[in-house]
Design a protein around this ligand. Structure first.
Ligand code: HEM
Length: 668
């Protein structure tokens, strides 16, 4: 039986985060009649092809039918058919136009059924902080992005969910420790030999972590009452049981939350607003600003220096998780911010420090969002469908040239892109979600062995292990090796593939800057159970994916299959989400699983759709003419070359800056 969350069953009602709330309905309808097998799906496919010339045409037909009821029914049919086709044959095996149409239908379904609010119904809103300009500038803590719901998406609000609330209970003993997270780490994650992701360079890994630090953090774990993981007698870990610190509790819970699953706080602003650079509090922002010409601080050596006291994840500059890769991107976009300020000051000499800062922040943030959407994503999801779909998110199917020449042709995000369209929260206040965090635990991207080369001579400068370029040591590396050589070396190295048996050894036994030892792989497993993220088979079902009922369906790797079967005592439904994600065979060209991709399909566009500064306020009035031109002209390689022109030979002829660069010897 296939469970479909039908389009008409979950129409979330609009509400305001932390304000007067209307409880959200999340009802799944089981459509037993829809036991789509491959044959049926192919027939439907053929029918759609004949009748409408493809799913896109079917969608267009829906648009022309006037009656709202008829429109709604057709939209439902379209969405359900898309999900059914996807479950039957899978979108990757369809011709590109059909795959695009099916993914659009899948996304509609996800928007209707998989955005779940976790705020307390009826909770008091409180008074938002006062900022001098909330209309045309991003505030430090992300308040007032939605002027009617000022707290929505601000730092200190709750993570949302992509599955129904009743599926998000924290696991209880003995399930919580079964199988032991440490056993999962050792037996399924241990990297014996490095498996590289050969289509990517190491900047792709550093970039993702740089993004994550903008989007979310669970804050500093608490030291009391830690989780105790009993270890096998032959385990070499320094303590038994192994301690895993608990996630900080949500201080905003009230009696009204009793009897509901636990909730957690995102200490960062979930908006795509560059908060990894600018911080998520007014205090932090004040510390990074120089107070002159809108600029932000950079060291005399032209490097960003993380605050050595920030040994926690509460602040973006936290040293936990800090390494050379982060230092490169923090430095690059600090330089970019200051370069934008210079250009703005030249064009608008009457602007003061605040005007310059606020505009530069908006522009810098939009460049980062653009690079992620049209460059990083198309590199890590190297499938023809994604090359079109991601560019369409930014410019629409009409394309970059048309959008730049004529602006929007239509209100439709499909035709003219999400940028500049109407803001849309899809009926649920904006937040990022626990499921989103879980699928981005992509630590296998990190290699254990690092080589730095000179871009001028091609000679090896240093060979190190990962721990030697992380934490406090990152600064030493950056002091001793020129940043151009570091970028060049990152451009040549591959990240790890996001698969089983590829977890960096250095992170499996990772010493935090404060001396605490962690097995991060065991943490990744434990966190999902603690935070009530469903296990793999249930997760797929709730995201409308074809159910996986056997180990054979889970992975085509016979060795992994038997290992997983053994660790999970032959019970497929207990396989942890992350194990399933890493075991699955991804679509051709994909750097991560199709299951993780569902969260991506839903949330990548939502980060843009919900944000006033990417939708209704993505205008010259708000960004300035100079700003809009700067964004249109910027790519990662133009940003890199603006600040480090000597990288040009290594980038010459490279189509995507996140793909491997040209080594000295190969530069013509
Ligand atoms: C490929 C780049 C990386 C990605 C995509 C990534 C992703 C993540 C994610 C999604 C989380 C969960 C954050 C939260 O719950 O708020 C996390 C936590 C963490 N990451 Fe990474 N990370 C990356 C690199 C690193 C590196 C290089 C380090 C260490 C130098 C690191 C250390 C940690 C630590 C210590 C945690 C907290 C674990 C916990 O208590 O749950 N990460 N990471």
């Amino acid at each position: 039986m296939i469970v479909i969350l039908a389009a008409d069953t979950a129409i979330p009602l609009p509400r305001c985060a932390g304000g007067s709330n209307i409880a959200m309905q999340f009802r799944a309808r089981s459509l037993e009649a829809n036991a789509w097998d491959e044959d049926t799906a192919m027939k439907v496919l053929k029918t759609i092809g004949i009748v409408g010339g493809g799913a896109l045409a079917a969608f267009a037909a829906v648009k022309v039918l006037r009656s709202p009821r008829c429109k709604r029914r057709l939209a439902e049919l379209y969405n359900r058919t898309s999900v059914a086709i996807d479950q039957g044959v899978g979108w990757p095996s369809l011709p590109v136009p059909l795959a695009l149409g099916v993914l659009a239908g899948v996304r509609n379904t996800l928007r209707e059924t998989n955005l779940v609010d976790t705020n307390t119904p009826g909770a008091a809103t409180g008074t938002p902080p006062a900022y001098p300009n909330v209309v045309t500038a991003r505030t430090p803590d992300g308040t007032f992005n939605d002027l009617k719901c000022p707290f929505m998406g601000s730092a200190g609000t709750r993570f949302g969910r992509n599955v129904p609330l009743n599926e998000t209970w924290q696991e209880k003993q003995p399930d919580l420790m079964t199988p032991s997270p440490r056993v999962v780490s050792l037996e399924l994650m241990t990297r014996n030999e490095f498996t590289p992701a050969t289509t990517l360079n190491l900047l792709a890994a550093a970039w993702l972590q740089f993004q994550i630090r903008d989007w979310f953090s669970h804050g500093k774990s608490i030291k009391e009452d830690s989780w105790q993981v009993p270890l096998a007698p032959n385990d070499t870990w320094h303590e038994n049981p192994m301690r895993i610190l608990r996630t900080a509790p949500d201080p905003t819970r009230t009696a009204a939350d009793d009897g509901t699953p636990l909730t957690y706080i995102n200490t960062e602003t979930p908006w795509w607003d560059g908060s990894q650079l600018y911080g998520s509090t007014a205090d932090y922002q004040a510390k990074v600003r120089t107070g002159v010409d809108g600029k932000i601080f950079i060291g005399k050596d032209h490097l960003v220096h993380p605050d050595p006291n920030a040994l926690v994840q509460v602040q973006s500059f936290a040293l936990v998780g800090w390494w050379v890769g982060l230092e490169l991107f923090y430095t690059l976009f600090t330089l970019e911010h200051n370069a934008i300020c210079d250009r703005l000051k030249q064009e608008y000499p009457e602007w003061g420090d605040n005007d310059l800062f606020e505009h530069a922040r908006l522009i810098n943030g939009a460049i980062i969002a653009k690079i992620h959407t049209v460059e990083w994503t198309t590199a890590i999801l190297g499938h023809p469908v994604l090359q079109i779909a991601m560019r369409a998110n930014w410019w629409g199917l009409a394309g970059e040239r048309i959008k730049n020449l004529f602006g929007r042709l239509s209100g439709s995000e499909l035709v003219s892109g999400i940028l500049g369209s109407e803001t849309d929260h899809f009926g649920v206040p904006y937040s990022l979600t626990e499921e989103f965090v879980a699928v981005y635990r992509m630590h296998p991207l990190i290699p254990d062995d690092i080589t730095f080369w000179s871009r001028e001579t091609g000679e090896v400068l240093q060979k190190l292990n990962f721990q030697q370029i992380a934490g406090n040591d990152a600064q030493n590396i950056c002091d001793n090796i020129r940043i151009e050589d570091l970028f060049y070396s990152f451009g040549l190295m591959n990240p790890g593939a996001v698969v089983l048996h590829n977890y960096p050894k250095t992170l499996q036994r990772f010493e935090r800057p404060d001396g605490i030892l962690m097995d991060l792989a065991a943490h990744d497993i434990m966190r999902c159970r603690e935070l009530g993220v469903p296990r793999y088979t249930r997760f797929r079902e709730l995201l409308h994916l074809r159910p996986v009922t056997t180990f054979e369906e889970l992975t085509d790797n016979p060795e992994w299959r038997e290992e997983i079967r053994r660790v999970y005592n032959n019970d497929i439904d207990t396989v942890d989400l992350i194990v399933g994600l890493f075991a699955e065979k991804p679509p051709k060209g994909f750097g991560f699983s199709d299951t993780a991709f569902r969260i991506f399909v839903l949330m990548a566009s939502r980060r843009l759709n919900s944000d006033r500064f990417f939708t209704t306020d993505f205008t010259e009035d708000v960004y300035s003419k100079v700003g809009m031109d700067w964004i249109a002209d910027s790519t990662l390689s133009t940003v890199l070359l603006r600040h480090f022109p000597s990288l040009a030979p290594a980038l010459n002829g490279v189509n995507n800056t996140f793909a491997p660069w040209k080594a000295k010897g190969a530069q013509g």
